[in-house]
Design a protein around this ligand. Structure first.
Ligand code: NIG
Ligand code: FE
Length: 399
């Protein structure tokens, strides 16, 4: 008996987007410089994948064509850090901060109470709302975390809800010590590393911990992350946000995908990040909304560390879903060039999520891209606050 090995490839209708004035591919083999820039570019989409990238004049024939009319093109943003499963908001706390009160992790308790009281339906609606906001602003890959439940049931529920909307789901039971364990932080760490992890691990890809004064110290954070690793989760760490601390070194030591915030770094922290595969994820929305000292991207970049930019979208410290806003802040206040900031918001985020299929525009990559009402990506920083994202393709579909 012979086996028929012929396969039929069913190809979806192909679409060419032509006359993209300047295209950021993030693939230096396809174009100029580290961003792999192509002038007057075309991208061919086949189903949910990119099939061809090059100059418009050389584009192959396709079923459909869209003329970008000289607009700039970029890969869809990869927002590798957010906290979207929450209810309520913290307007009063923000107002108080803007009249001089400092930010404290204690505000998280307000959102925990509101989230526990919310129905599943309300939480789904919220996640969908902020994902849609991000998508309109060019975000096509979104990580999101639990961390406003802090009981076994509420954390597992948050992760199930998150997983219904995105593949990039992070278990953050160790956000703060649950108010139910206020007098027994060690007992809470036992809960997080035991029954809570058992219930949550099946719904998550990543494990995170807020390693900071007022949240979890280095030993507690290590216990949480190594327990997660034993269950197959990959660590990422909220590190060195409010002050210096052990978070970055711990992230590097455990091979975490990313150390996030990185606002208060020592030279040793910068060195450790530069020598490692751990991405330094900077979250300028948090410094904006807490009126805190800006993280400085310059020494990280100059030392050779990989830097990602993300929104940290959450109701307390950074209530923005806008990657263009974060790019503008990073350029104005964190020492990044527009090219570096756009790379960090796309390819950098992909590195922080250990993804090679997003954050770039190249054959085989997922067809996620945005057109800007501007002649180049630099305008994302040059024209802050202006809604420049004018068309977004997500998984090959114009949204
Ligand atoms: O990343 N730092 C800890 N978690 C969030 C803040 C959460 C909140 O204030 O609700 C952050 O900034
Ligand atoms: Fe965060």
């Amino acid at each position: 008996m012979t086996t028929d090995t012929t396969t039929t490839t069913i190809s979806a209708p192909t679409t060419a987007i032509t006359h993209i004035g300047q295209l950021v591919t993030n693939d230096p083999s396809l174009g100029e410089g580290p961003l792999g820039l192509i002038q007057d570019a075309a991208v061919v989409i086949d189903g949910d994948r990119i099939a061809w990238v090059g100059e418009s004049s050389k584009a192959p024939a396709t079923d459909n064509a869209v003329d970008a009319g000289g607009r700039a093109g970029i890969p869809g943003f990869v927002d590798s850090h957010s906290h979207l499963v929450f209810a309520g908001d913290r307007t009063a706390e923000f107002n108080a901060r803007m009249s001089g009160r400092p930010y404290s992790a204690g505000g998280i308790r307000t959102t925990v109470a509101a989230t526990r009281a919310a129905t599943d339906e309300a939480l789904h609606t919220n996640v969908a709302r902020y994902l849609a906001e991000g998508l309109r602003q060019g975000t096509t890959t979104q990580e999101t975390k639990s961390g406003y439940g802090l009981t076994v049931e509420d954390e597992a529920r948050a992760l199930r809800i998150a997983a219904a909307h995105t593949d990039e789901v992070t278990f953050l039971g160790a956000h703060i010590v649950s108010p139910d364990y206020a007098d027994d932080p060690a007992g809470y760490v036992d809960l997080v590393t035991g029954p809570m992890l058992d219930a949550c691990a099946p719904h998550a890809r990543w494990i995170d911990v807020f390693c900071e004064k007022g949240a979890f110290d280095g030993d507690q954070a290590r216990a949480v992350l190594t327990a997660g690793q034993a269950k197959g989760l990959i660590p990422r760490v909220h590190a060195n946000q409010l002050g210096p601390g052990p978070g970055v070194q711990l992230a590097v030591e455990l091979g975490a995908a990313s150390a996030d915030h990185c606002t208060h770094l020592s030279y040793a922290d910068i060195d450790a990040l530069a020598q490692s595969e751990t991405v330094a994820t900077l979250l300028p929305g948090a410094e904006f909304s807490t009126r805190a000292k800006w993280p400085d991207a310059r020494p990280l970049l100059d030392a050779g560390a990989t830097v990602a930019l993300s929104t940290d979208c959450n109701p307390g410290s950074s209530f923005t879903s806008s990657m263009p806003f974060c790019i503008a802040l990073a350029v104005r206040d964190m020492g990044m060039t527009p090219d570096e900031a756009v790379w960090s918001a796309t390819a950098g985020g992909a590195r922080a999520l250990r993804r090679t299929d997003v954050g770039r525009i190249a054959p085989g990559a997922r067809a996620d891209l945005a057109l800007l009402d501007a002649p180049s990506h630099v305008h994302l920083a040059y024209r802050p606050g202006v809604p420049l994202v004018s068309a977004v393709w997500h998984k090959g579909v114009l949204v």
